[in-house]
Write a protein of this length. Structure first.
Length: 136
């Protein structure tokens, strides 16, 4: 079972009948997220492999993983919010064990993203796992 914030998103998706509504919901998740400070939008936090610009700023404190992020694309910003719901507040050693593909498939995201967006999503997940593995 995923983190409670991710489960809330999954429950919301159950009530949304079509992908356009789900797409809008993902975008709203991104809009609700606080923007990443411009000082953190540097090459070291930029995620390569994304069609849009994406920055992830991970932090580990007392063994707990968290990250903030931002993108210049609304849907990608929403995907970052979904990933934050999936990964934030996990013990750092559990982050690489999360079945992100399986959890995101529950939302139907993998079936409705363009190839470029799917590649970007994978790149974000890989960055999250790498940082957590290095910190563990």
């Amino acid at each position: 079972m995923a983190q409670a914030p991710f489960e809330e998103i999954a429950e919301d998706f159950e009530f949304l009948d079509d992908w356009e509504d789900r797409y809008r919901h993902v975008i709203e998740q991104g809009k609700a997220m606080a923007p990443l400070d411009d000082a953190l939008k540097v090459p070291a936090t930029r995620v390569e492999g994304c069609a849009s610009q994406v920055w992830l700023h991970p932090q580990v404190s007392n063994g707990i993983f968290r990250f903030d992020g931002d993108s210049d694309a609304l849907i990608v910003r929403g995907l970052i919010a979904v990933l934050r719901a999936l990964y934030n507040d996990l013990p750092v050693e559990e982050v690489p064990r999360v079945d992100a593909g399986g959890e995101l498939a529950r939302l139907g995201l993998t079936d409705h993203l363009s190839a470029q967006r799917s590649n970007g999503l994978r790149a974000m997940i890989e960055r999250i796992r790498l940082v957590a593995s290095q910190a563990a």
